[in-house]
Unconditional design. Structure first.
Length: 294
């Protein structure tokens, strides 16, 4: 490709996102869905979801367990549940696979199917087209986006990924978002503000000082975005959306009968980049951020 940019790449830099339809095959999508069904079938309910509370102290212990579970999930495969789907003994009140909002944050490292997708030749080729010299994978998530009757996350409010994955300089993080089922306006497709990746970031989520009551805190605040600025990006099963780390995006609630499964991972250009020590997610001795290129 040399120095000249393809029209698509130009579009990505102009808008802050790029839709690539039919990037993965239906078979690849189905293999990810089947693998998640296996993972969910074998899942143990985490201990912090099982305690019956009575006292303030026990509630604080549970909240601490919950935040530790999140903060130490960067190098593991962990389960994050919708609200109200488990009773205090950790029994499911709804079908198991509809109780989970997402699974994160190291599917790309520990699961053979998701590892193969993340490092697939076409993803590596796309990284090279984007001009990434030393890309590393920082996190991955499987998102279920189920029907509203169990949804605590009715919608994903407008945000920028760099709020959670901060780098110096900015502009070094890109998200790869893969639709494992058709994503429509009815079932909660992504919406973007084109060109909103050029103004820096509005807020940061940082690790709270030890001893604080919460595990993370926000610095700055999200401005009120004008709904009319957002455009929907419906995409068919197998499609990929590239997401610039600073582009403002959201998803509305899933008002349909069908789920909207997606697999997403984030890549950072490690060359000349510092990963913030204040990010909730940190590389560990067990899992330094792996190179995208194999």
């Amino acid at each position: 490709s040399g120095e000249e940019q393809s029209p698509r790449l130009f579009q990505f830099h102009k808008d802050g996102f790029l839709v690539l339809e039919q990037f993965f095959s239906a078979e690849e999508c189905d293999s990810m869905r089947r693998q998640i069904q296996r993972i969910v079938a074998e899942m143990e309910v985490p201990p912090h979801c099982r305690t019956a509370f009575s006292t303030r102290e026990e509630e604080q212990l549970q909240a601490q367990g919950s935040s530790d579970y999140f903060l130490t999930s960067g190098d593991k495969i962990r389960f994050f549940f919708e609200k109200g789907v488990l009773d205090e003994k950790g029994n499911f009140l709804v079908p198991k696979e509809r109780s989970i909002s997402k699974i994160g944050h190291a599917l790309h490292a520990h699961d053979p199917v998701f590892k193969q997708i993340t490092h697939s030749p076409k993803v590596q080729e796309l990284g090279r087209k984007l001009g990434l010299e030393r890309p590393v994978v920082v996190q991955s998530m499987y998102i279920f986006k189920v029907q509203p009757q169990w949804q605590s996350f009715l919608a994903v409010t407008p945000h920028q990924d760099a709020t959670f994955l901060h780098t110096e300089p900015l502009g070094r993080v890109v998200g790869f978002w893969i639709a494992l089922e058709d994503a429509t306006q009815e079932n909660g497709c992504l919406w973007f503000i084109p060109g909103s990746h050029t103004n820096g970031i509005a807020r940061r989520m940082v690790r709270a000082a030890s001893g604080a009551s919460t595990c993370v805190e926000f610095v700055g605040s999200e401005p009120a975005y004008d709904d009319k600025q957002f455009i929907p990006l419906p995409i068919s099963k197998g499609g990929l959306i590239l997401i610039h780390g600073e582009v403002v995006h959201k998803s509305e609630l899933n008002s349909s009968e069908s789920s909207r499964h997606a697999f997403t991972f984030h890549v950072m250009e490690a060359k000349g980049t510092t990963w913030s020590k204040e990010n909730w997610l940190q590389p560990t001795p067990e899992l330094p951020f792996p190179s995208l290129y194999t």
